[in-house]
Structure formats: structure tokens, C-alpha cells
Design a protein around this ligand. Structure first.
Ligand code: GLC
Length: 431
């Protein structure tokens, strides 16, 4: 994106660039980048995609390798898992045994927001070495199509236009208040376990035990049903239309069609993707709440909207899913949302009763989400809003460096330190 924060070539900027590159190099485990050591010691799906955007600024081959290693863990049915367990670690729970992974590359049995296709398109368009990048994009293209077909066929077999997610972790916004009601209907596990996240990060910034008990019940449920798509679709006790996943998938699908054109690829599966794009565009209005004037997620099992304003609703702009009137409304809302805290768009609106500025996805700011939101505003012609988000994000990095997420009131860094996607977004967008 071209938004222009005051790009003074100060020594401060140079030091931040250096630190961002060092962060990625330090988190590189040879072909893939961990989000941060200790807390997240494996390869995460959307982290890797976002992190490749950082790598490409100083090592294009390494950026492509990040995506190749991620897609190497793709299941035969097209799913790209949310975590790939390339090697063992004692610092994370639940690991491969709990997930019951039976694949060549051990993995979880759910996915994560599919931002990877949009990243590949960006990497091809901005590559210094175009021939090399084109070769890489060509070789990855079919896997990207398979991945998107998996979302549509397995997660929307009834052709509603809105895919479902089966686990809060699939949304990438793991502990969002949008999941509270849907998750409360999930039973708790009845076995004892030891969480490892609390050994790295203060418990005030992490989910409660009552939520973890249910997260694990779902993991057990997938394993018990041997990852059978049909059974899980019919019986899963948690089924949500996540506006974040739906928007990111939609944007990725459009980018796949554009990539196919650039690469001159003839593939009849692309016609199917085009049909699904049209279907989602016509179904999206059912997630718009006329009273709140905002896009919400929906609990599919109770057919009710999850009425809490989270930043995921703003991703509809990134996807090009909002109509003319909705765009104007979202622009006004973004400005108010931004003004309600010291810095950019908090993950949960500060006026919501469930807002908590420090707790994981219930208030803190994530830079990659703000980047996608800003890109959406920029693409839709709201440059001022995009610029404000960008300068606020830059201020956060200046103040606190590359933390996992930030307190929207104080700007303090929270969660994991020396975090890959924060450093990557800094390199790609802020510096
Ligand atoms: C947390 C986040 C998720 C992210 C992962 C690794 O689980 O909620 O979005 O992918 O950490 O950074």
C-alpha cells in the first residue's frame, strides 16, 4: 500500500528496520518462522503468510520459502492447517498428540484465515526478481486453488455463500467476545491438563480456564470423529460464520482469479471460485445488523448474530464486500473507534461492555489487522482514515517495539515479545 506516514529517514527508523530484520532472522527455524520463541514454537498459518511480507523486503527467496513450507503441510483434501508441528516442543500445549495428527507433516485439524493467496499476489507484483517470483507463483498456484476450494466445499457444503468455522482458534481471533455465546454451548473436557501459555505471559492477558476447557473439547471432538468432514459439519457443537474469515477468504479468492490472469492459467476450477465469490457477495447482507449498522459474526446453530463490535467487521472493506452506504458508515465508525482509544482500531470496540484492553482479542490492537483494515479504506478511497491508522500503528512501534499486541489505551506491548508478524508489518507498511 502506498499510504504515506512521515517517512523521515531518521536513525530511529533505521534502528527499527534493523531490529525488525533481526527479529525475523532470530525467529527463523530454517524455512519457516515461529511467531515468537517459547509461546508459539511452531509454524502458524496466517502468521507465516504475513511474515513473508516482511521477509520479501530483504530476502525474496526466503519469503517464497516461507509459503512453500506452509503449503507443504497442506492436507490431501486441500486444507492448510492452522499449526504445522515441524518439530517437537515442550513449551506449547496442546501439541500434536492432543490433536491426534496423522499426517506426514504433523498438524492441527483446523485452518486459519486464508490470507496466503493475497500475500502471494502481493509478492509477485512487488518482486525485484520477477522471473524467479513468477516461477514460484506458478508452482504454488494450484495449492492455493485447492485451499480455497476446501473452504467452499467443506465449510459451506449447502452453498449458502458463508463458510463456517468450527473453533475460535480457526478465526485467528482466538478469544474474541464474539465467540462467547457459541462457545458457552460447548461442553468442557473432563480431563486434567497443564497450560503452557501461562508460563510465558501474565494470565490477565490470556483466556480463562473455562474457555480452554471448551477449546479442548472441540479438539477432542474432531479427533473422535477422525476429522470426517461430513460428520463434523452435521454434529459440531460450535459453528460460526466468522466475518473475518469470510472477508479474508473472499479477498483471497479475488486475488486468486487475478493471479490466474496474470499467470495466464486456464483452470476450470477458477470458474467455480468466481461463482462462490458471487454467492458470498449476495449473502453478506445477512451479517449486516441494521440496528448497529455494522457487520457481525453469526452463531449458525442458533441463527443469531454475535452482537459485539469487533475489528473483524471492518475487514469487509478489505474484501470489497461493503456496499456504498455501508462503506461510508464504516468509515465514520472507524474514525470514532480510533478516537475511542489512544491508538488505531482496538480488536473490540472500547465502548463494548466486554472490552478488556489487555486481554487477548478482547480489546488489544494487532498491527496486521489494522494493516488489512487500512488497506481496505485506501482501496475504497478513504485515504485519510487509512493514513491515520498507519501513523497510529507507527507510533505504537516507536513506543513499544515488536510485541504480539498492544494495549489501546497506553500503547504498552502485551503478549509475546520479538514477534514475527509485528516486525513484518513494520517492514512492509510502517517503515
Ligand atoms: C494466537 C493468535 C493467533 C496467532 C497465534 C500465533 O493464537 O490468536 O491469531 O496465529 O497466536 O501468533
Amino acid at each position: 500500500m502506498t499510504t504515506n506516514v512521515n517517512k523521515v529517514n531518521s536513525s530511529e527508523t533505521a534502528a527499527l528496520i534493523k531490529k525488525a530484520k533481526e527479529t525475523l532472522v532470530a525467529n527463523d527455524l530454517g524455512g519457516y518462522t515461529v511467531p515468537t520463541h517459547g509461546l508459539y514454537p511452531f509454524q502458524w498459518n496466517w502468521d507465516s503468510a504475513i511474515t513473508a511480507l516482511g521477509w520479501k523486503h530483504f530476502n525474496e527467496p526466503r519469503a517464497w520459502q516461507e509459503i512453500e513450507v506452509l503449503l507443504d503441510g497442506q492436507w490431501d483434501n486441500g486444507m492448510v492447517p492452522h499449526i504445522l508441528f515441524h518439530q517437537d516442543s515442550t513449551t506449547y500445549f496442546p501439541g500434536p498428540d492432543v490433536w491426534g495428527s496423522d499426517k506426514r507433516v504433523k498438524s492441527t485439524s483446523i485452518s486459519q484465515p486464508p490470507v496466503v493467496a493475497s500475500v502471494v499476489k502481493d509478492m509477485l507484483e512487488t518482486a525485484d526478481d520477477k522471473t524467479f517470483a513468477r516461477g514460484k507463483a506458478e508452482s504454488l498456484f494450484s495449492s492455493l486453488v485447492d485451499y480455497h476450494l476446501w473452504w467452499y466445499k467443506e465449510r459451506d457444503p449447502l452453498n449458502t455463500g458463508l463458510v463456517v468455522s468450527y473453533h475460535p482458534w480457526e478465526s485467528g481471533m482466538d478469544n474474541s467476545p464474539a465467540w462467547d455465546e457459541a462457545l458457552a454451548a460447548v461442553p468442557c473436557v473432563d480431563w486434567e491438563y497443564e497450560r503452557r501459555d501461562l508460563g510465558h505471559v501474565d494470565s490477565s492477558q490470556r483466556p480463562h480456564k473455562s474457555e480452554y476447557d471448551r477449546f479442548l473439547f472441540l479438539v477432542d471432538f474432531f479427533k473422535k470423529h477422525k476429522f470426517d468432514s461430513e460428520v463434523i459439519f452435521n454434529e459440531c457443537p460450535y459453528k460460526v460464520n466468522d466475518i473475518g474469515i469470510i472477508a479474508i477468504l473472499h479477498k483471497g479468492s479475488k486475488d486468486i482469479l487475478a493471479l490466474g490472469e496474470t499467470l495466464g492459467i486456464q483452470d476450470e476450477r477458477l470458474d467455480y471460485i468466481a461463482e462462490r465469490i458471487a454467492l458470498t457477495q449476495s449473502a453478506i447482507s445477512t451479517l449486516w445488523c441494521p440496528e448497529a449498522q455494522y457487520f457481525y459474526c453469526r452463531n449458525v446453530l442458533t441463527d443469531t448474530l454475535c452482537k459485539v463490535r469487533t475489528s473483524a467487521g471492518m475487514l469487509t472493506l478489505f474484501a470489497g464486500l461493503a456496499n456504498t452506504e455501508q462503506k461510508e458508515i464504516l468509515n465514520t465508525k472507524a474514525q470514532q473507534w480510533n478516537a475511542a482509544s489512544q491508538y488505531c482500531i482496538a480488536s473490540t470496540h472500547p465502548e463494548e461492555s466486554r472490552y478488556e484492553p489487555q486481554r487477548y482479542w478482547r480489546g488489544p490492537i494487532w498491527l496486521h489487522i489494522n494493516w488489512m483494515i487500512a488497506l481496505g479504506f485506501e482501496n475504497e478511497g478513504f485515504q485519510q482514515t487509512a493514513d491515520k491508522l498507519q501513523s497510529d500503528c507507527r507510533a505504537l512501534v516507536d513506543l513499544s517495539g515488536y510485541y504480539e499486541y498492544f494495549n489501546p489505551e497506553t500503547g504498552a506491548g502485551c503478549g509475546g515479545k520479538d514477534f514475527s508478524w509485528t516486525a513484518a508489518i513494520a517492514l512492509h507498511w510502517l517503515l
